[in-house]
Design a protein around this ligand. Structure first.
Ligand code: GCB
Length: 570
């Protein structure tokens, strides 16, 4: 089985495609001799970018770690189990289980079909309440790396622009006696500030701020923070050096606006999935680069990581290109009342800790989303989301927090705790199918109700319609490319009125068609993409492209270089 990849679509075996349960991976690798000789001062680490969902890992037959949940990295120090075996291959064994329970994220449940007249013995299905194929496998790169035995374990950086300070905190593990020196370099390599010790502030004069794509002619500016640690251990001088890209920017939310570096930011972007033919959710560089080229072609300045954290390599590109991210945890399909109990809550808090530890230093991440469309009308959702959101804010006071709702404004128990209202709606699709004419009234009412109740800015975090590429119909009928375009235009006319007031963003569902469970409403998956699963544009992509560039063009701070590009598009 290739790594990284989902295992589901690699073979011709339908039972592997829909497999639920344990799978095993094993690989032997030869380690560099010097890793094994310098046993006291070298720490060897085995790291997984992600694996779905529950993983147990052995090295040379010794269990070194277990991890619950996909989409996030996990690692272990394997030094002690590889020593003393130079020349002998190191055997890495992984057992993975993709069974979901009411307490995993996402939740799920196993249902045994006991009617012997209809199902074979021991027949079961896994029920899920989310709309994407439940791919499994080792989805992201697996690496072995080394550090000295005294090492930099973590760095936290926050930035404020009033005095243009970069605040840092460094944690070192392995010894309490060490020295730390820091230097911040600009993109020309010039040192602009220096510091020492485990915590402090770096002052940057006339900084180049990190700006979103289409908001500045040089978006995504990142300084480079070099952190150098030195320590004496076992009679040797150990040195660990880590270089962290740092974008200087601020984020604020008012009752009507989302401000980046003090300027109003309007999210015109997409929702995505990690999904493609054959590889499923497996990380794939050409696909990732194609997607970023399409985002930039589209004039999208943002996306939400619907409905789980994306690969770190993707997040690196967001930082570099200035693509703004609403970073969502895998809290999708939380519908059963058991999934609001303490066991689930504790796990949700741990997942937020893992996500924030991974992504806290990323300038592109401007908001955390703790869930998508939970059953937030259930009474326990109030305490549940109050706790998850408070925990998230305690871990990272620098960013706003939200979750995405499709519950009626008057019934939602989680909305009081969010900073920005993110609402999904499918007028003329799941409600009043075929009736495009209801959109203006229903969408306007939706916005007014939410705003009157909470006086918080609103993002339309999903809206969309399926279209089968190549299906045409005029007048527009559902599933044709024309219907998808017409639906967009109806929504856009309301957005244009409300973005003058308190609507701060629109994210289309979805960037590309993606695979789902089979069902009577899914034709080889969900077809709400404006691109096909193979990343070819449907007609709707051109409508959105024209709109996004127009919005960018209207923005007063847009530099001439981008304006001319926008004009060229016309
Ligand atoms: C939603 C969900 C998303 C689905 C989409 C749809 O509300 O958040 O995961 O794929 O609707 O197309 O039904």
């Amino acid at each position: 089985m290739p790594v990284p990849a989902s295992f589901n679509d690699i073979t011709q075996d339908p039972s592997l495609e829909n497999y639920i349960g344990w799978v095993w991976y094993e690989k032997e690798v030869l380690l560099p001799l010097r890793w094994l000789q310098d046993d006291l001062n070298t720490r060897v680490v085995l790291r997984f970018g992600s694996a779905h969902y529950y993983s147990i890992v052995w090295v040379n037959g010794v269990q070194v770690m277990e991890h619950e949940g996909g989409h996030l990295p996990f690692e272990a120090d394997i030094s002690s189990v590889i020593q003393g075996s130079p020349g002998v291959p190191c055997r890495i064994t992984v057992a993975l289980n993709n069974t979901l329970t009411p307490h995993t994220l996402p939740p799920g449940s196993i249902q045994y079909m006991n009617d012997k007249t209809r199902y074979p013995k021991n027949y079961f299905v896994q029920n899920i309440r989310f709309d994407f194929f439940n791919y499994a496998g080792i989805h992201r790169p697996v690496v072995l790396y080394t550090t000295p035995s005294v090492y930099i374990d973590d760095i936290t950086v926050t930035t404020t622009s009033s005095e243009t300070m970069v605040q840092y905190q460094v944690s070192v593990v392995g010894s309490t006696v060490y020295s730390l020196s820091l230097s911040l370099r600009d993109q020309e390599g010039k040192v602009v500030a220096t510091g020492d010790g485990p915590a402090g502030e770096l002052k940057v004069l006339n900084p180049n701020l990190w700006w979103p794509y289409l908001m500045h002619e040089n978006p995504g500016y990142r300084y480079s923070l070099e952190v150098k640690m030195q320590a004496q251990a076992n009679g040797a001088l150990l040195e660990d050096v880590y270089t962290l890209p740092v974008g200087i920017r601020t984020v604020h939310v008012t009752s009507t606006q989302f401000l980046i570096n003090g300027r109003p930011f309007y999210f015109h972007g997409v929702n995505k999935h990690e999904d493609a033919d054959i590889r499923g959710k497996g990380f794939d560089w050409p696909l990732v680069m194609k997607d970023f080229n399409l985002l930039r072609w589209l004039g999208a300045n943002s996306f939400r990581t619907s409905h789980y954290p994306y690969a770190e390599e993707i997040m690196d590109l967001c930082d570099a290109y200035g693509i703004v991210v609403i970073d969502e945890c895998p809290g999708v399909g939380i519908k059963m009342s058991e999934s609001f109990g303490n066991k689930s809550l504790q796990h949700h808090l741990v997942v937020m800790e893992e996500l924030i530890r991974r992504d806290k230093n990323r300038p592109s991440v401007v908001m955390w989303s703790v869930a998508n469309e939970p059953a937030s009308e259930l009474p326990p959702a109030g305490y549940y989301f109050k706790t998850v959101i408070a925990h998230t804010k305690a871990l990272d006071p620098s960013r706003p927090v939200t979750f995405v709702t499709d519950v009626n404004y008057a019934l939602d128990h989680g909305a009081p705790y969010v900073d920005v209202i993110c609402v999904n709606s499918y007028f003329s699709w799941y409600h009043d199918p075929g009736h495009l004419e209801v959109i203006p009234l229903q969408l306007t009412t939706q916005f007014e109700n939410w705003y009157k109740t909470y006086q918080k800015p609103i993002i339309q975090s999903e809206y969309g319609a399926d279209s089968v590429p190549g299906l045409h119909s005029d007048p527009p009928l559902m599933f044709s490319e024309e219907y998808q375009k017409a639906m967009l235009r109806e929504y856009h006319s309301v957005f244009d009125k409300k973005r003058k007031e308190y609507v701060i963003g629109e994210l289309i569902w979805n960037f590309a068609d993606f695979m789902t469970n089979q069902g009577t409403t899914r034709v080889l998956g969900n077809k709400k993409g404006i691109f096909t699963r193979q990343r070819q544009p449907k007609s709707a992509a051109f409508v959105l492209r024209e709109r996004y560039w127009k919005i960018a063009n209207e923005s007063s701070c847009l530099p001439p270089i981008i304006k001319s590009h926008a004009l060229f598009l016309k």
